[in-house]
Ligand binder design. Sequence first.
Ligand code: GRG
Length: 295
Amino acid sequence: MQDAMQEVMQHRLDDVKAQVQAALEEAMAHLPPGEMTDAMRYACIGGKRVRAFLVMESARMFGIEDSAALPVAAAVEALHAYSLVHDDLPSMDNDDLRRGLPTVHVQWSEATAILAGDALQSLAFGLFADERIGAAETRLTLLQGFAEAVGARGMVWGQAQDIAAETAIEPLDIVAIKRLQQAKTGALIQFSATAGAVLAGQDPEPLAEYARNLGLAFQIQDDVLDVTGDEAETGKRTGKDDAAGKATFVSLLGLEGAQDKARKLVRNAEAALEPYGEAAGNLRQLARFVIERDA
Ligand code: GRG
């Protein structure tokens, strides 16, 4: 039974991946040729597409057509791609590999990576103007939530805190690290999961509660994989945070403590979906996938 449900989710995830890739390609189809455009397209290849899946599935759950949710899903993935390109820069995380390929600044240059990231961000915001999403008021509500999630009180604030933590004398405590992660990765995940409710004009709170638990579980699992995953063994995952003496969930809670915490958060995420019954099957499976994933 569990396997069959996982198969259903995997099928939907593959479908979302294909739709989002096509939507991103369409959005970038008429850009001027050159390095920056090449870098934008390159940065949008691959990825688990967890955030797009959250948009598309939360929308489907309320009977919203894929065509209405798709520009939002593409916007979320374009924004996420920009954040990864900038996060990988030498002045930030200084990573050479992303999604199994050389990072944008390694493949081209730092200037191209900065500009491609900037342009992906603008492209993401522009996608909210797409009339297929629905009424102008709905698009504005989504746009406002998106700006809040990724800006100076959301993702960018979280990134700034993370960078500041590298030179702080005292490592962050568990409360501070949760707040940082909620902003840095949780806010966009929460925006994505609640998008369906906003599209349908429904109360987003149960999905927000699901996403808060899921986002934290996702981040904890990321820290766990830094020390246990196949990629940790082959050196593809650097576990840089821990190595730099920065607090991680594993350093604060221990490996088993972190794994227990992630499992508990996934149970909470599943409980938050109860109001939606069977319709939330794929979102429930996604929560399980977050702690079962190995990359
Ligand atoms: C540069 C303003 C700015 C923000 C960067 C999202 C972010 C903020 C940094 C990512 C740093 C990082 C590697 C965090 C660990 C967890 C995480 C969000 C990983 C990347 O997301 P996935 O696993 O990536 O969804 P894919 O490749 O599957 O899309």
